[in-house]
Design a protein around this ligand. Sequence first.
Ligand code: CUA
Length: 154
Amino acid sequence: MMHREEKIWLTLSFGMIMIFMLITGYQGFALGMAPPSHKETIDPQKVDETAPFNEPGIKQISENEYEVVMTLQLFSFTPSNIEIPAGSTVHFTLTSKDVVHGFEVAGTNINAMVMPGYVQKITQKFDKPGSYLVLCNEYCGAGHQLMSTTITVK
Ligand code: CUA
């Protein structure tokens, strides 16, 4: 025989599980949980053929403003070793060509996940001259710890 209190607790915990499942289901399907803010998608098999990633690189778009179109792949950043003048605002447009990578720029607030199939956009102003280390902070395989580059602000 089950005690009355036992039944109450069983019902409560079952009810909570159902509520959590409903919330998770709602977020997953109705809200379409995906990388935050921008939900731009891309065919991860066709990154090389899809604009703007068919021409990764750095482009000056106005005085002190640059656009960087970058692909991340095992285990590198293209383009790598970017150089910009101090005081520049940089608009990054990123995607991954294979697995989930990270885009962290030491000394800034940039810390993003770059997923295949999604386009990640980040804007950052670089005021202080120096060499900023760019790291992949998502484990992506055997060469993960080698996946880094720099942004040089002059
Ligand atoms: Cu790319 Cu870790």
